[in-house]
Design a protein around this ligand. Structure first.
Ligand code: KMH
Ligand code: ZN
Length: 289
């Protein structure tokens, strides 16, 4: 089967860092940045190590997941005072947020936002058995709201059915190419495909035309599948949202440490991390000073 997706230039890779997430906290790893100042400092450190995009989740003062545009604005302003990294907000939110609240971040004008491509059931923990709604109508609603604010979606794909949902969405013509897809493996909490190399390869075979892809392996697959993804012409997402360890039994000391490791591997493969300006040009985002 011929591959259809867009490959990155052979000597380049875009690194995204997901620093905070909705599920991890300082209890799991004291280095998880939760409040705006911490997120901004961590973003700057990651930018200095080679990250071009920061994926952002907001917490209120009690560290509860929030969709409040004021908090997203504060995070954006604090990051912008330090560097021009691409701002990508999460519309995934958290188990406590409604679909409506999850679009709050768009009012803070990020450059990109996550777009989750299907409904999933949480499998364990406090929210086990609850449904994370992303119906086809919700997805279209998210895209239309992103279009109002000039925000580019990154489509989050957890299983093969969601790749079909990508095809269905693209046929509606609501989004401009090139498209961005994040291929997720290993997120057992939300029933994603497991971190099997053959499953990853299957994702790649069904990835539509005009799509750049990110590899997001949860846990130790952040490094292994991330490396494979780069070899296959893709980009990589790392960070404490998806993996709190540096290696077995050893917590990562920071998000920047995880960025530094993937950049080191990229360079060994002959790839330089894209600057934010280079990534903006590739993905069709407006330049930012
Ligand atoms: N936690 C990741 C597996 C979102 O924030 O909208 C997916 C994610 C989605 O980051
Ligand atoms: Zn996220």
């Amino acid at each position: 089967m011929a591959i259809k997706y867009l490959k990155m230039p052979e000597n380049k890779v875009v690194i995204t860092v997901a620093q905070t997430g909705a599920l991890v906290s300082k209890k799991l790893n004291p280095s998880v940045p939760e409040q705006p100042d911490e997120i901004a400092q961590s973003s700057y450190d990651c930018f200095n190590e080679g990250a071009a995009i920061v994926h952002i989740h907001a917490r209120d003062k009690n560290n509860v997941n929030s969709g409040d545009p004021a908090i997203f604005n504060e995070i954006h302003d604090k990051i912008r005072q330090k560097c021009n990294v691409i701002l990508q907000d999460s519309t995934g939110g958290g188990a406590n947020l409604t679909v409506e609240q999850r679009t709050g971040c768009l009012e803070a004008h990020p450059e990109m936002a996550s777009l989750n491509m299907g409904t999933l059931v949480r499998t364990f923990g406090e929210a086990a058995g609850t449904v994370w709604m992303n119906t086809r109508a919700d997805i279209e609603g998210f895209v239309k709201r992103m279009n109002q604010f000039g925000v580019k979606p990154e489509m989050e794909v957890y299983n093969l059915a969601m790749l079909e949902e990508v095809e269905i969405l693209l046929k509606k013509g609501l989004m401009k190419p090139p498209f961005n897809v994040n291929l997720i493996l290993g997120m057992a909490y939300q029933g994603a495909l497991s971190t099997d190399h053959n499953l990853f390869n299957t994702y790649l075979q069904y990835l539509p035309e005009n799509c750049y892809f990110n590899t997001l392996g949860v846990g130790k697959a952040q490094t292994t599948l991330g490396t494979l993804g780069m070899i296959m012409g893709g980009n990589v997402r790392v960070g404490l949202e998806d993996n709190v360890y540096y290696k077995r039994g050893e917590l990562a000391t920071s998000n920047a440490q995880l960025v530094a490791r993937i950049v080191k591997i990229a360079r060994e493969l002959g790839k330089e991390p894209c600057t934010p300006a280079e990534a903006r040009e590739l993905f069709g985002l407006k330049p930012v000073k």
